[in-house]
Design a binder for this molecule. Sequence first.
Ligand SMILES: [Zn+2]
Length: 610
Amino acid sequence: MKKKRKKIFRKEAVFVLIVFLAITSFLFIQKRGEIYKVDSQKKTYLKGDVPTSNEVFATLSKDTLVLVDSADPSSLEAKEQFEQILKDMRMGYQTVDVAAETIPEFSAYQKVVILLSALDLMQERTPDLMAWVADGGNVLFGMTLFQEEILKGIDQDLGVLDSNPNNAVVSSIFIDDTFMIGGGKAYKIDEPFDAARTVSLSDDSKVYAWIDDNSKNPLVWEKDYGSGHFVIDNLGFYDRSVRGIHAASYSLLTDTAVYPVIDGATYYLDDFPAPVPAGNASFIKRDYNMSVSDFYTNVWWPDLLKLHDKYGIKYTGLVIENYEDDTSGKIKRQEDTERFNYFGSSILANDGEIGYHGYNHQPFSLDNVDYGDVYPNYKTWASTEAMAASMTELDRFIKDLFPDIETSVYVPPSNVLSAEGRQMLVSQFPQVKSIASNYFSEDFAYSQEFEIADDGMIEQPRTVSGTIWDDYAKLTAFSELNMHFVNNHFMHPDDALDEDRGAANGWAKMFESFEKDIVWIEESAPDLRKLTGSELAGAVQRYAILTVQQSQNENGLNINLGNFHDEAYLMVRLNNEAKPGNVSGGSLTHLTGNLYLLQAKEAQVTIEMK
Ligand SMILES: [Zn+2]
């Protein structure tokens, strides 16, 4: 009996011990942040020889003629945007400068994009152009046209009933809800000017966008003419924030338009994990009565994780090891790793990822760069070796913290990266497969396109930033949903400390504003994939090399994809009022109006037409 009791007692002891160990290890995990798993089977990047964007572009047949006037700065601005738009849509083009070259025969092309503000520059070929369109040609007027005699002669054919020599101020753009993702609402213009021709249109013109005021002045419309048709872009501005609108206009030109997109939303957290940011703690003190460090642990990060739980957002955290300004190449290891461990583990446990940002926050530039008054706190590096030593240390630091992860995305501090710094990364750190910097150009900023650079680097510009999105950010986000089907966002923990970034509103208000914009993205594009930085890089890689050939027969629309690997995403616009039936080789999701998202699973896709 005694023996038995003893045995039972032992069993109880073992049970207690197990419970104790479980609690202890739970607490230990809690302290470390959270447990994370690493999926080593992920096929993020393509293997082997991947062509560059320029190599792929060179193979496209040039079925679009682009007319520009090198004597007109606006025409050159439009040229810069439209050429990139067409390259990104994988539409081959030939550009002809009417100030220096003879306009070729239109019959050699399928589409003509006219980036001229006046038709007297057409080398008296306007009658030719009209005849070609009547015969089935397609013309996009990409620039606001100047009121002139020749234009009066063809206005009716373009759908213009009446016009006024005083241009209309484009203060907002209302997008018809069947035209683009995120349509059915107006987007405010940041710095409005009299950019649009003042017109009223005939009933047989189809208007897709207009100024959101009593005038409802048309900004994008389409008009059939004989067997062909005209599309008129009357926005009057040409920058990266409205590319999606110009791209959508271009996609109206032919019966069907099929072009590759990226399909990804990525949320970068710059400087996270990093040492506790310096800055004005007064708003945190005012609203939460806690230290900045506690605020990030108990408020900021739990709030952001709510967005992961609710909308599936994946965060890519970018490590800064220290905020010192030593650019000599002499390394001092960060010893205080608790915060890095806690937040890094939590990012990873919540489907996120860790990326490179810096050993410190000094951008990779050498002494040939003078930051002047723009970045008074930034120093340049002593040498290429010094930059490389800091990068090696950052890599060592991340690997020591998280031995099982792969790190492949680099984000330059303040989006500043010199040619020498970039070269150092390419030649010495082959694990860096993608750079995520800025879509827009600012002082010293490394500005990018979504592409594979000539040296193989995958470029993935961040398109929107901050907790509170201004009108320009919203317009850009809308435009990019349509241009690349992408939302590449970044924010900083110290937004909540910085009055210029809205900190005086208090974090609760900032977070509310951020969530509202996330909800708007979710509602506009529920199918947009939530990706980490490296997953977006992989998506850009697949997107950037894809070529598209389409043809129609009695079976429907046949799409042949070049450089296809495992999957691809494409926008499909069906302008001929046909409805899609069965799809083989992929699946089709309705986006809005006659616009669809195609997920291709094979290089040959057929869409039956009803
Ligand atoms: Zn930073």
